[in-house]
Design a binder for this molecule. Structure first.
Ligand code: GTP
Ligand code: MG
Length: 593
């Protein structure tokens, strides 16, 4: 069972764990004596907290400097305790620690009382969906084991947690230093207390059995090919977060909606099993060779589906030095998915410690919590945290650093909902080819790709597209160029040219592209001034990671995110060369003849 221990700086987290290790005989032989001897030699008073540091050889600094993992066994079960240091800068560690915890211990110093961080950590636990909490009121020796002090802290803090809908399983008065109520009951110092010791409180936590009762969810970590000759099966690998999957189950991958059947469950370095359940790193092979990408979530066809959209209503906390604002772009990580994200609206900002509303509007300051609407650069699959917490929480990253995180309250509709619903159904009903995409890639020396060439109205996109098509063709590639004009009088003959028809043109273009990509081809499409909405519609219809966007021109007409910008002054041959080398860099074309 994963436990996170949190609380303000110096309130005694490490001491309590050190004591727990010592009093349950969990320390390596001679460790206690060794640390005592070291303290004597350096004329420092012995601290149980040093035990943890000694286990990591960091006692010189006197504080725990990273989220340390400590393993120990009670008579009941095995524990992994994450010691999350109390300094505010270390909150990030706590976030990553707590996101894997099934329960939490929250430590409060009886003498110092409830601190901002005590409340803030409580808030984070609630946001991270850690529902089981025991509150430890430490250093009772410093307040003369006074029951009144204990009661007052317990009542005040209990009321605070109640606002967060957290109901602690116990409030435990302890002295970490003396081991009172840690592994054994302190009947002499605190005879008035008859609740559980810390060890008993741990053993009373329930393991998250409900994880297996919930619908199956497995974020796809990667798709790996069998290496033996002639074996074209691929393993879809990941860690099952909830539920259970068995051989023969129909699986659907989201956001794409692609479906297949589980042929076998592959365990790592173990014989294949019949099923895999929550908490297990696993992989499975499929009956049909569908294209599945990292970041998708595997679900079972007979269970409730995850949500798919680009707009989320969330509760989040923010730790970044720079406030969270609408102008910046961040990366949202959920499961194995990573997508660009912006804040669409900030609805409510609160101080995490007092829960008071903060003057809100345009930004969320460091250490505040907020309710926001987030807009993703492309759709992902997820669940609402109230239904499946494991796939309902996310972190926000900027410059490779975690800046915040939170839980998803609601899936909101977006402009692509109408096209996505059709695409989900199309993919669900799709009959995959008997010839795998690998076989085609092998034959053609390329992987399928949609190359969208757009740009300023007056630029000559068509000449560039033709040049690129001719070059790729003469290299032996399977390539085809479609100008939007070629669709207007055929495929799109039944729809008008008005602005409101544009999205339907885009949807149909995406459908054609999807077929051509499935055939293994590289498809080049030109369109004047594609908007980001057009691009979103197209990406909803084809695998988003199979699209390359090229902007031709010297000024930026629309705010279209492009993979390559090509100057309109460049001769077409050179421009085509630039696109070719991008395709080579992205692994689209390989094996040059
Ligand atoms: P950080 O890791 O820095 O956040 O601190 P922490 O919460 O791990 O606190 P730590 O266990 O290092 O304890 C901080 C100080 O409080 C140490 O000097 C301990 O000796 C002291 N302390 C911890 N528990 C008790 C206790 O029950 N009684 C008394 N008197 N002192 C305690
Ligand atoms: Mg510590």
């Amino acid at each position: 069972m994963g436990i996170v221990i949190t609380g303000h700086v110096d309130h005694g987290k490490s001491t309590i764990i050190g004591r727990l290790l010592a009093d349950t005989g969990s320390l390596p032989d001679g460790k206690l004596e060794q640390v005592r001897a070291l303290c004597a030699r350096t004329a420092r008073p012995f601290e149980y907290a040093f035990l943890l540091d000694a286990l990591k050889d960091e006692q010189a600094q006197g504080i725990t400097i990273d989220a340390a993992r400590i393993f120990f066994n009670s008579t009941r079960r095995q524990y992994v305790i994450l010691d999350a240091p109390g300094h505010i800068e270390f909150l990030k560690n706590m976030i990553t620690g707590a996101s894997h915890a099934e329960a939490a211990l929250l430590v409060i110093d009886a003498l110092e009382g409830i601190q901002e961080n005590s409340r803030r950590h409580g808030y984070m636990l609630s946001l991270l969906g850690v529902r089981q909490v025991a509150v430890i009121i430490n250093k009772m020796d410093l307040v003369g084991y006074d029951q009144k002090v204990f009661r007052e802290i317990a009542d005040t803090f209990g009321a605070f947690l109640k606002q967060l809908e957290l109901a602690p399983s116990a409030f435990i008065p302890v002295s970490g230093r003396d081991g009172d109520n840690i592994a054994t009951r302190a009947t002499t110092s605190m005879p008035w207390y008859n609740g559980p010791s810390v060890l008993e409180a741990l053993d009373n936590f329930t393991t998250d059995r409900t994880a297996t009762d919930r619908p199956f969810r497995m974020p796809v970590q990667g798709v790996y090919k069998f290496t033996e000759d002639g074996d074209d099966r691929r393993i879809v690998a990941g860690t099952a977060l909830t539920g259970i999957i068995s051989r023969g189950d129909d699986v659907v991958f989201f956001p794409s909606g692609k479906r297949s059947r589980v042929r076998s469950i592959e365990a790592f370095s173990a014989p294949p099993a019949g099923s895999a359940s929550a908490g297990i790193a696993t992989g499975f092979t499929l009956d049909e060779q569908i294209y599945v990408a990292r970041g998708e979530i595997a679900a079972r066809a007979d269970e409730p589906k995850p949500h798919v959209t680009t707009r989320l209503r969330v509760s989040l906390f923010w730790l970044g030095k720079e406030p969270l604002g609408k102008r910046n772009e961040y990366t949202l990580k959920l499961g194995t998915a990573r997508v660009p994200v912006r804040v669409e609206a900030i609805q409510r900002v609160m101080n995490a410690s007092t829960l008071a509303a903060v003057d809100f509007g345009e930004r969320v300051n460091r250490n505040d919590v907020a309710e926001c609407v987030l807009k993703l650069g492309r759709a992902i699959a997820f669940d609402v945290a109230a239904e499946i917490p494991e796939t309902g929480r996310f972190v926000l990253v900027e410059d490779y650093e975690i800046r915040g995180g939170g839980i998803i309250r609601e899936a909101l509709p977006d402009r692509q909902s109408w096209v996505r619903d059709r695409v989900l159904l199309r993919n669900y009903k799709w009959e995959p080819s008997e010839i795998s995409s690998e076989q085609r890639a092998e034959r053609y020396g390329q992987v399928p790709r949609l190359v969208l060439i757009t740009g300023e109205r007056d630029t000559d996109r068509k000449t560039l597209a033709r040049e690129l098509e001719a070059r790729l063709f003469s290299d032996g590639r399977v390539v085809y160029f479609i100008g939007m004009g070629n669709l207007l009088y055929g495929m799109d003959a039944d729809i008008g040219r008005a602005e409101e028809d544009r999205r339907e043109h885009m949807r149909r273009l995406a459908e054609i592209a999807n077929l051509m990509l499935d055939s293994g081809a590289i498809l080049i499409v030109t369109a004047a001034e594609l908007t980001s909405e057009d691009l979103e519609t197209i990406k909803a219809g084809v695998d988003a990671d199979r699209v390359t966007t090229v902007w031709l021109g010297d000024t930026l007409g629309t705010e279209l995110p492009s993979d390559l910008r090509v100057s309109a002054l460049l001769p077409p041959a050179e421009a085509a060369d630039q696109i070719k080398s991008l395709l080579r860099d992205h692994g689209v074309i390989f094996r040059p003849w």
